[in-house]
Ligand binder design. Structure first.
Ligand code: GDP
Ligand code: MG
Length: 454
C-alpha cells in the first residue's frame, strides 16, 4: 500500500493554496514507489510519473480540492486512462466461425482460461462456442480441456489419433463451420520459456485459422516475467488482448499496466480463481485502485470524485439557469400553474387590463378544461424524459422521442408538437425579455416568475 511517508506528504500538502512543483514531486516520488511495489515495470513507472507531473503542473488549481487531493486524482485518472479507460470486450465479426487463439507460457492458465471464456461467452453473449486443444506435447493437456468442457457443458472437438497441432486447428474450424458453432476457442501448447519452435507453431496455427482474437494469458503473480513474454509473443505472433490470471492472489496487478504499455493491447479478462466461472471482464478503475494500494486513499479519491462531480453539476446548472429556459423550467412552470389552481380560476384572478396586455383572451370553461388536459399530457411527456434531455432538448432524436411517447402514453406526434411549442416559447421568452417587456419593479418580477423567466 502507499507508504506512510506518502500519507505524511499528502497531509503536509493540505491547506496549500497552489500546486507547487516541489510538492507535486514529493508526492510523485512516493507514488512511483507504490507503482514499483505493485510490479509495474521500471520504465513504465518512470514514463507514467513524467506524464502525470506534466499534467499536474500544467493544471489550474481547482477551488474545490485541496492540492494533495488534486495530485491523487490526476494520478488515478491517468492510471485508469493508461489501463484502457473503459473495459474492452472480445471483438467478433460475421465470419463463421470466429476463431479465438489462447497463447502464453506453460502454467500461466491458458487451458483453464480457454474453458472459462467458452462458458462466459455461452452465458453472457449468447454465443455457441467449440473448444479444441492443440497441446499435443503433454498427454494430460488435451484430457484437461475435455474435463473442463464436460464440467461446463461446452462442446469440444478432438482427433485422438492426430498429433499435429495445425491439422487439429484446421479440422476444428471445419467442424465448427459444419456444425454451426460460431466461436472456436483454440487452447495452445506452452513452454516454460519462449522458444522458436513454439512461436513457429503458433504462427502456423494463426495463418491456418485467421483468428479474430489472439489472447495472451499472463500470470499476475509472475510480474516482470509476464511483461517480457507478452512483449515477445506480441512481436512474434501478434496479440490482440490479454487475460490476467490469478488475480485472486495477492498480486497487485501492476503487470496489467506494463503489458498494456509495452504491447499496446488491452487486458480483456481477469482470472480470479480456479473455478470455471471465476472470470471477470477487466475494469481499469478497479485495477487502478489495486495498483495504488488504496485502502484509505481510496476513500479520499471517492471524496474527490464526488466533489468534482458536484462542482461540475453546479456549474452546468448555473450555465443553464443563466442562459437557457430548459424543459425542466417549462415543467416547473406547469407545476406552478397547477398549484395555483385551474386555468379559469387564474384567469379570473388576473385583471382584464393585464390579460389584454399579454394578449390572452378570456376563456370559456370548456376551453380552459381543454388547456388543462393538455397541461397534464405535457407534464407526462416531460416526466418521461431523462434529466439530460430536459436540460438540452437538442439531444432528443427520433429514438428518444419514441421512448418518451411510450413512457408517457402519448404519440410521437404529440411529443414532437410539445418540443416545437417549447422551442417557440423559449424563443418568445428571449425576445420579450430582451425587449424589456416584463419591466422592472414588483410587477415585472411577478410576471417573470409566472412565465418562468428568471
Ligand atoms: P496452462 O499450462 O497455461 O494451460 O495453465 P492451466 O490452465 O493448466 O493452469 C495452471 C494452474 O493455474 C492450474 O492449477 C489452474 O487451476 C491455475 N489457475 C488458472 N487460472 C487461475 C486463476 O485465475 N486463479 C487461480 N487461483 N488459479 C488459476
Ligand atoms: Mg494447458
Amino acid at each position: 500500500s502507499l507508504s506512510d511517508k506518502l500519507k505524511r506528504t499528502l497531509k503536509n500538502l493540505r491547506g496549500e493554496g497552489v500546486l507547487r512543483p516541489e510538492h507535486v514531486d514529493a508526492a510523485l516520488r512516493e507514488i512511483r514507489l507504490a507503482l514499483l511495489e505493485a510490479d509495474v515495470n521500471y520504465k513504465v513507472a518512470k514514463d507514467f510519473i513524467a506524464r502525470v507531473r506534466e499534467k499536474a503542473l500544467g493544471q489550474e488549481v481547482w477551488q474545490e480540492l485541496k492540492p494533495a487531493e488534486q495530485v491523487v486524482k490526476i494520478v488515478y485518472d491517468e492510471l485508469v486512462e493508461l489501463l484502457g479507460g473503459t473495459s474492452s470486450r472480445l471483438v467478433f465479426t460475421r465470419q463463421a466461425p470466429n476463431v479465438v487463439m489462447v497463447v502464453g507460457l506453460q502454467g500461466s492458465g491458458k487451458t483453464t482460461s480457454t474453458g472459462k471464456i467458452a462458458l462466459w461467452l455461452a452465458k453472457n453473449e449468447e454465443r455457441k462456442p467449440l473448444l479444441v486443444s492443440t497441446d499435443v506435447y503433454r498427454p494430460a493437456a488435451r484430457e484437461q480441456l475435455k474435463v473442463i468442457a464436460k464440467a461446463t457443458g461446452q462442446a469440444i472437438f478432438d482427433l485422438p489419433e492426430s498429433n499435429d497441432p495445425v491439422l487439429l486447428a484446421r479440422e476444428a474450424v471445419r467442424h465448427a463451420r459444419d456444425y454451426g458453432y460460431d466461436t472456436l476457442l483454440i487452447d495452445t501448447a506452452g513452454r516454460l520459456h519462449i522458444d522458436d519452435q513454439l512461436m513457429e507453431e503458433l504462427v502456423q496455427i494463426k495463418t491456418e485459422t485467421r483468428p479474430v482474437e489472439i489472447l495472451f494469458v499472463a500470470d499476475a503473480m509472475t510480474g516482470q516475467d509476464a511483461v517480457r513474454s507478452a512483449e515477445e509473443f506480441h512481436r512474434r505472433v501478434g496479440i490482440t488482448g490479454v487475460i490476467l490470471t490469478k488475480m485472486d492472489g495477492d498480486a497487485r496487478g501492476g503487470a496489467a499496466l506494463s503489458i498494456k504499455q509495452v504491447t499496446g493491447q488491452p487486458v480483456k479478462f481477469v482470472g480470479v480463481g480456479e473455478k470455471y466461472d471465476a472470470l471477470e471482464p477487466f475494469y481499469p478503475d478497479r485495477i487502478a485502485q489495486r495498483i495504488l494500494g488504496m485502502g484509505d486513499v481510496l476513500s479520499l479519491i471517492e471524496e474527490v470524485q464526488a466533489k468534482v462531480d458536484r462542482a461540475e453539476a453546479e456549474a452546468q446548472l448555473k450555465k443553464i439557469q443563466q442562459n437557457e429556459f430548459t424543459l425542466d423550467d417549462f415543467r416547473q412552470q406547469l407545476r406552478q400553474v397547477k398549484r395555483l389552481g385551474s386555468i379559469s380560476k387564474i384567469m379570473k384572478l388576473l385583471p382584464d387590463q393585464l390579460l389584454g396586455s399579454i394578449g390572452l383572451p378570456n376563456l370559456t370553461e370548456e376551453q380552459s378544461a381543454a388547456i388543462e388536459r393538455e397541461l397534464k399530457r405535457t407534464e407526462a411527456i416531460i416526466d418521461s424524459m431523462t434529466p439530460e434531455e430536459r436540460a438540452d432538448h437538442r439531444i432528443l432524436n427520433a429514438s428518444r422521442r419514441r421512448r418518451i411517447a411510450r413512457g408517457s402514453g402519448t404519440t410521437v406526434a404529440e411529443v414532437n408538437q410539445l418540443i416545437k411549442q417549447y422551442v417557440e416559447m423559449r424563443q418568445m421568452m428571449r425576445e420579450l425579455s430582451r425587449a424589456g417587456f416584463f419591466g422592472g419593479g414588483l410587477r415585472g418580477r411577478l410576471m417573470r416568475r409566472m412565465m418562468g423567466v428568471t
